[in-house]
Write a protein that binds this ligand. Structure first.
Ligand code: DP6
Length: 326
């Protein structure tokens, strides 16, 4: 029996991925940059078993539908079977350290942990760059969870995706003052998945071209702000990159509205970028970056706005392998 277990952090993108140049390989239209989070992690255990006739996945004890398994986990497992030459199906179990009802996306962390666990189970000697390419095939944003700290995902230009991988640009302890506050306002309602949503935007949004230019022009500024630990510049960039993606979503047809009234209150409260910078993925709950000295004030402000709970996260050191069984 070939078994492996690994833990990976979730990540929040500052420069976001929204749009693909290749759907089957998850090749993005633009470079993105994320921060790995130590408060939101997923542990994944994988067991390759010759007795199985298909891949089986459970997340937090709940069985995942065959269709979803095929769209995410099996893409990673197929690639690992191809690399190892071992045509064996797998049983996968994942646990997140946060309730899925909180609406905090865990699929990126889960896919990254699955990639690491399965390479270990199959005895493959792959470096993080190679592993990030496999995780990318499972789900784009998962490739950035292969590393801790501040991570770039290079869009690449090749059709085979060999130059679309991740690398760490700054380690997890580069900016110790930086904290991510994640207020939980509501349980997330059903919404259009990121995968489907970004497809609609690529097809219909005329602003997409403009956003790609904005990303090209400001990527160096985002990197500078992190390198120099320039909080105000970083908050401004964080806010503008989030808003730029949500403008594309709104410009899509049919429009994609992931924010709600509470999200708009957060934008109104923190939009000046003085003490904090917010960012929203494809959902209404924000991530709010601030400095340690301002955590209490920002947290109080969020509770005033109606947050049920505020999760605090530092920057994660990255994924790690669990025990190895032969
Ligand atoms: C809004 O990685 O979930 O979180 O590659 O189709 O699996 P697929 O999409 P996914 O998209 C994440 C989009 C985002 C922005 C980001 O994380 O960069």
């Amino acid at each position: 029996m070939l078994e492996g277990e690994a833990e990976a952090p979730s990540n929040i993108a500052i420069v976001k991925y929204w749009g693909k140049r290749d759907v089957s390989l998850n090749l993005p239209l633009n470079d993105s940059l994320s921060i790995s989070l130590d408060a939101l992690k997923v542990t994944t255990k994988v067991l390759f078993d010759p007795a199985l006739s298909k891949d089986e996945v459970k997340v937090n004890g709940v069985k995942i539908s065959d269709e979803e398994v095929k769209s995410y986990a099996s893409r990673v497992l197929d690639k690992m079977r191809e690399i190892s030459g071992k045509r064996i199906y797998a049983k996968v179990e994942s646990w997140s350290n946060f309730p899925s009802s909180a609406g905090l996306a865990s699929s990126a962390a889960g896919i990254a942990a699955l990639t690491l666990a399965s390479s270990d189970a199959l005895g493959l000697d792959m470096n993080l760059k190679e592993l990030s390419k496999v995780a990318r095939i499972g789900s784009g944003s998962a490739c950035r969870s292969m590393y801790g700290g501040f991570v770039i995902w290079h869009a690449g230009v090749r059709d085979d995706g060999e130059d679309s991988f991740c690398e760490q640009v700054f380690p997890h302890d580069h900016w110790k003052e930086l904290v991510d506050l994640i207020p939980i306002f509501t349980e997330e309602r059903k919404r259009v998945s990121s995968r489907k949503g970004m497809g609609i935007s690529v097809e219909t949004s005329r602003l997409m071209k403009c956003r790609l230019e904005f990303i090209r022009d400001t990527f160096p500024l985002v990197l500078d702000s992190i390198r120099d630990r320039d909080a105000e510049k970083f908050f401004e960039m964080t806010i503008r990159h989030s808003n730029s993606m949500h403008a594309i979503m709104m410009d899509s047809f049919p429009p994609l509205v992931y924010l709600n009234a509470m999200s708009l209150k957060v934008i109104d409260r923190f939009g000046d970028g003085k003490t904090a910078g917010y960012t929203f993925d494809a959902g209404p709950n924000p991530h709010i970056f601030t400095l340690r000295k301002d955590v209490e004030a920002v947290e109080n402000s969020l509770m005033e706005l109606g947050a049920i709970k505020v999760v605090k996260s530092s920057v994660s050191a990255g994924p790690r392998l669990g025990m190895k069984h032969d």
